[in-house]
Design a protein around this ligand. Structure first.
Ligand SMILES: CC(C)(COP(=O)(O)OP(=O)(O)OC[C@H]1O[C@@H](n2cnc3c(N)ncnc32)[C@H](O)[C@@H]1OP(=O)(O)O)[C@@H](O)C(=O)NCCC(=O)NCCS
Length: 193
């Protein structure tokens, strides 16, 4: 399954073309959750996607199997006045959660269509997105009810900072995680169109 998997890089200038692709994969991957959980509904995800795609510094990696999109990851740097940490439930030193605009990249989404799981594609999407980042560290939120996904991230080097419930209606409980990023100047070859 992994032969022929290619990872392509995108930025905000690709959003009109990318949006339908990202929504289609979300609708497939989260079909069950979207039916039963309003927090996972497709229109709610679309709203969030539109907001993320317009953030300064938004980047995205998409995996293609012979031109068929099979998964993606995206995120953006946290701005200085970010509300990312505002639902943190664990006592944390202020300097750990102080943002400068260039300190932390937030990995917002990582998903792979079921036939391409356990093939290394998710890790490749993750690494291709994060390794070129110029920030010192990355953060993500993983649902507390998904311990296997948290364990997967831990196996990739992530550390759990504490519990967090986003300040959004009907938001579930997450673990906030952090990953130190290797030094990089941020240069990456993106798609031309
Ligand atoms: C997360 C993901 C990209 C990882 O892909 P992968 O590296 O190929 O790893 P796997 O799919 O084998 O997932 C690792 C384990 O987590 C479990 N898992 C993955 N997503 C899960 C979910 N949404 N809910 C519950 N368990 C999940 C898998 O069943 C697997 O457990 P197993 O080893 O007992 O089979 C992929 O599983 C996925 O797209 N999941 C759905 C979307 C998602 O949950 N994204 C993460 C948001 S923080």
């Amino acid at each position: 399954m992994t032969t022929g998997i290619e990872i392509r890089h995108y930025t905000t200038r690709h959003t009109p073309r990318l949006r339908p692709l990202l929504l289609d994969i979300y609708a497939e991957v989260y079909a069950k959750e979207a039916q039963s959980d309003p927090f996972c509904a497709l229109d709610r995800f679309a709203e969030g996607l539109d907001s993320w795609m317009t953030r300064p510094g938004w980047t995205c990696t998409v995996a293609y199997d012979h031109d068929q999109p099979v998964g993606y990851a995206y995120g953006a740097p946290l701005p200085p006045a970010s509300r990312w940490w505002s639902g943190l439930l664990t006592d944390t030193p202020a300097d750990t959660i102080t943002e400068t605009g260039t300190r932390t990249y937030a990995l917002s989404e990582l998903m792979v269509r079921a036939p391409w799981r356990k093939t290394g594609t998710a890790r490749r999407l993750h690494d291709a997105l994060l390794i070129p980042r110029p920030e010192q560290r990355a953060t993500l939120l993983v649902l507390q009810e998904h311990p296997k996904v948290r364990a997967l991230y831990e196996s990739w080097g992530w550390q759990t900072l504490g519990g967090l419930r986003p300040t959004l209606p009907a938001a579930p409980l997450f673990h906030a995680m952090l990953l130190d990023l290797p030094p990089h100047d941020g240069t990456v070859a993106t798609m031309s169109t």
